[in-house]
Structures are given as C-alpha cells and as structure tokens.
Design a protein around this ligand. Sequence first.
Ligand code: ADP
Ligand code: MG
Length: 707
Amino acid sequence: MDKEYFNVSDIFGENVFNDAVMRERLPKKTYLKLKETIRLGAQLDLETADVIAHEMKEWAIEKGATHYSHWFQPLNGIAAEKHDSFISAPLPSGKVLMTFSGKELIKGEPDASSFPSGGLRVTFEARGYTTWDCTSPAFVRYDAAGATLVIPTAFCTFTGEALDQKTPLLRSMEALNEQALRFLRLFGNTTAKRVTPSVGVEQEYFLIDREMYNRRKDLIYTGRTLFGAMPPKGQELEDHYFGAIKERVAAYMRDVNIELWKSGVTAKTQHNEVAPAQHELAPIYEEANVAVDHNQLTMEVLKKVAGRHNMYCLLNEKPFKGVNGSGKHNNWSLVTDEGVNLFDPGKDVHENTQFQLMLIAVLTAVDKHAALLRESAADIGNDNRLGADEAPPAIISVYLGDQLSDVLDQIIESGEATHSIKSERMDTGVNVLPDFKKDAMDRNRTSPFAFTGNKFEFRMVGSRDSVGEANIVLNTILAESLADICDYVEASDNADEAIHEIMKKLATEHERIVFNGNGYSSEWVQEAARRGLPNIPSMVEAIPALVTEESIELFERFNVFSKAELESRVEIEYEFYCKRMNIEVKACIDIVRKQIVPSVISYMTKLAESINQVKAASDKADTSTAEGILVQISDNLALAKERLDVLEEMDVKAHEFIKTDEMAFFYHDEIIPVMNSIREPVDKLEMLVDKEAWPMPSYGDLLFGLY
Ligand code: ADP
Ligand code: MG
C-alpha cells in the first residue's frame, strides 16, 4: 500500500483486539463478563480468562503472530517486554501445538532482577510479576521479529508493590472515580456509575538524518548534544512553526500514522514545531490509562519508523542548546459514563455551581501539592528545558483566563457568581468570511497548567518521559480535594449553604495559584516567591516532594502508594539521575579526548605548516592573522583540556559517594557547571577550525540537513 491512497476507516484498529473483535469472537457470557471488568472494575475469574486467552491467541495467529509479549513500563521510563512463542512441547508426532492459557494471559514472570526496584525487591527474590490489564487493549505488532501479540500489563513484586507506572495509575483512577461519584451525588446525580479521567497527549520530537546521527557520539550515548556552536540561523524567523512539511518528513509522518492507526491510536494532528527539525503529533484524547499506553506506543513507533526512513527521532527534552526543547502537553479532563465532562463550564458558567466547585477543587489540589506536581514532570533532560525561555517555568501556577478569573473573584467576594464575561463574535471585516463566536478566553502559552475550554493542560512533562506519573498525581490530588469537600458538605444539614461556604473558603485560600500573566518573565519569579509558591528548578531538588509528610499521607489515604513504594521511587529516581549523569560525564570526556583534542591538534599542525610554507615562499608575506588564529585555537584548546582534567578528577570523586541522593546533588551542583565550562571553549573551537577538520556534524547540518 506504499504509495497508494486508502481510507483510514478501513485500516483503523485492524491490529487491535478491540471491542468489535471481542464481541464477534468471544462467547456472549465471556464477553459480558469482560466488559463488566473493564467498565466497572469487577474481578475476572480464571475460567473466563482461559476462554479469552484462547480466542486472543487464535485471532493473533490468524494475523501471523508467532509470539506473545507482556508489555510493561518499568520505572526507568522505557517500555519493556519479554517474548514467548505460542508453541508447546512437541507431540509424539513431532508436531507442535500453539497454546496460550488464561494463566499465561493473566500472569507473566519476567526475571526482573535488573529492573529498578529501589530496594523493594531484595536481590535474591528476583521475581517480578506482570499482570494483564484488560482495560488497555492487546494488539499485534509487526516488525523485523515478525508478528507479536502485545499484551499491556502491570508490573509488581511478589507482594504486590508497584514497580511500574500503570499500577499506581489504575489505583489513582479508582480513587478519583470514588470521590468524583460522591461529588456528583452532592449535586443530585444518582445515575452516574463511573467517572474516568480523559487524557490527550501532544508529543513533540526532533527528526534528524541517520547518517549524521551516527557521527554524533553525544547523541548516541546521551540523546542530546553536549557540544555545538549555534548555526547562522536558528529559530528566530519562526518560519518552521506550522510551515510546509518537507517531503521526506511527510513520508515519515504518513508511515507513523498508518502504523498508529492500525494499532488503534487516533493520531490526529501533526505539524512542524518552533525549532528547526522539530515536529509534533497529537492523538484524540481517550481514557487515561489507555492514553498513557498509547503515548508509550507512539514513542516506540516514532523511533522505529524513523529508522526505516534513514532518520533518527530524538525524544530528549533538550537535544540542542539555543533552540526550543521538546515537551508533552498532558490534556486532562473528567468524564462520567453518561458522557458529561465535569470540566465543561457549560453555557452560563456563573449559574453552574457544580463546575465552579469542581474548578475550585482543582485549584485547591494544585496549590496544595504544587511541589508534587512539579516532581511528576521532573526528568534529567527536562532540567535543561524547564525555566528556559520557551518552556513553562519550573513554578506551578494555573491559567484561568478572564472569564473564569472573574467568576472566581465574585465567589471570593460574595460566595457566589451572578454574571460572567461573554464571548464576542469574531468579525474579520470581510463579508465572504463567516463570523464565528470567539472562545471566551484567549490562550496563554507560558503557563504550565492552563485551563483550555473544557480541560486542563499540564505542559511541564518532558518529551521522553511517561505521562503516567503526572496523571497519577493529578488524579490523586483531585481525589483528595473532592473527598475533603464531600466530607464537609455531607456533614452539614444544609448542603446548599455548605457548598457555598466551602467554595468561598477554598477559593480565598488557593487563589494565589492563579496567574494569567507571562510565565516567562522575571517579575513572575519574584511575584511567585512573594505568594509563597514553590520554585523548584531541578530534578534532584524536586524528588524529595515524593516523601514529604503531606505526600505520604495523601497517597496512603487513597491507596495509591504505600510509604515503602514512595521511598523506593525516590531511590530509583536518584539512582537514575546518577546513572544518566555518569554517562554524560563519560561521553563528554570520551568525545573531547578522543575526537576534539586530536582533530584540533592536527588542524593546528596543518595550519602551522601552512604558515611556515607561506613564510618560506616570501618573507614579506604577512602571516599574523593566521598566527593569531593559531594562538586563539591553542588558548581554547588549553582551556578545554584544563577543565577536562578537573572533570576527570570529579568523576572519580562522584563514585566515592555511597548515598545516591548525595551523589545526585554532587552531579548537579558540582559537575554540571564544569561540563558547561568545557563546552564553552569547545564551541569556540568549532568556530575557529576548518569545517572539514571538525570531527562531527554541526548544529547547522543536524537542524537543517533534512531535505
Ligand atoms: P491545542 O490547541 O492545545 O493543540 P487541541 O484541541 O488540538 O488543543 O487538543 C490538544 C489535545 O487535547 C488533543 O490530544 C485533544 O484530543 C485533547 N483534548 C481535547 N479535548 C479534551 C478533553 N476534553 N479532555 C482531554 N483531552 C482533550
Ligand atoms: Mg495544546
């Protein structure tokens, strides 16, 4: 179908064991049982699982599958899988049967000793268990390995402690469901049975030529460039943003879409982003757990398809210094099984008390747990992005826009809102263009947490990271504020009065989290400090938020994390930080010693020889310019080398720490500045030596090399 045109609806979901397939292939009783589990979280028995496993296997084999794989997200952020073929022990005839039992569907037992557990699993107890998550559909994946039935699973220890993002995410969804139903009952809704968070993840990425990638050791080892002088052109013209998509990239996007559509991912929007070579892909939102899995799958597909097109997809949050980095916008809303979006203000927001209270519940949650929310987006690569010019600042605040801010002010003033700012009609002044009603609020691109019509958009998550953690936090903190509100109102004799009281109280207490101005400005940093909002610039400083007293109490109250699980996550994050920093340091040393220093020395030798030749040819020739350049080169080389020696000493010192948090802070506080100080003379050297002599492709080559 390579260059043919096709109808998306013919291929959409064709590799997915979705509802239509289940309805067709499963016995009615089994189908209904499974649906009940998916919809209402009922337990699934082994007998039913056996029937499902059999049908799933038959279906997958018809699609050419030879293997099945329990697919899970361990805490290093990279999806992991273990493949087993369907074959059983040979029959007396010498043939084999293809089998797949309910037990194999439900439970996997990967040797998990090398996945991070942060001390939860003692080394001799290497077992970890993967458990089928029937709420996220299985699918068949095609690649060089052939066809594989991929089964989304949760990953836990023998005693049920979570070693992944999915388990706590599902727990947080349960907690939010319970509290949101209570909340709905306050407003007289007796019919809704389930409330689920919906998530739509906009994914940014860079695309570069594979051959150039192969010549950049820093990209290969660390995912980002450690060196690179700015090219003559960056993103200042903003001509890339929403610009026409180059043919080579368009062909890639087409294949990405086809693969995603077949796997049931609703890839919807694609465009060029602000930085050269940067692009974005967004699907249509869906139930949070599936959206998180689908984002993970999307990242895999982006990488895989790039390889087929002889390109490389960079998911690092800041692959290039000096141009925009990549993030992920986590669009989040709350929907009932009756199809009502609880974040939708409706036509007349001032009359919609239920929405107002929900809004205030969100503000309360975000204000109380700003540090925790910030932590959920903490990632080593994101440290290079957050707080830089283009990305949300590291300070959490909420953008509401004029209309909702006005309603909030009225509530603070008098306990209720009586009017709201109306949206205007858009008038272009041209008759042939249709007029339309403008949104009541404009957009604010600088806010890390913005209300955008009927959803909140959390923009802090990095492009490489799972959105799992961010959604775990969002769901749990909202569950808490809803629970507190319900506790208060349910205990009162007059619910209506109680609702207005609590609304006014919470709005007043937490209004400080609302900020509609420019989040990139330095005034905001000061203003935020004045308001007492936390400003947490780095991952190492963010991690402790996971185990503050409030966080432990919050997560334990809603059974999302135990204290031991939180402590293990802290350990894992510090460890992960140190490991990645160690790679960056080693890569830096390796590149400078083995590539840059030798190249520069041989260029200097060549330059010196040329100077001597010119001098020999004529003693009147002026070689002072060339000699000046030679001196500049030699000075910068000396500086780079001197600082590299310091880095090497510090690298040795880093490994002397026993406690990972101390080691992480050492990397952050002491080593990063030294690495940056090496980059400075190296980038100058790149501008001083002949392009041909530089041992790797330049920023210009990488960013503008795709035609
Ligand atoms: P933007 O203008 O920010 O790009 P879009 O309307 O294109 O906004 O949506 C961006 C993402 O938000 C998409 O993935 C979209 O499906 C998702 N989205 C839209 N509405 C909702 C909602 N109610 N809940 C969650 N996500 C949503
Ligand atoms: Mg957006």
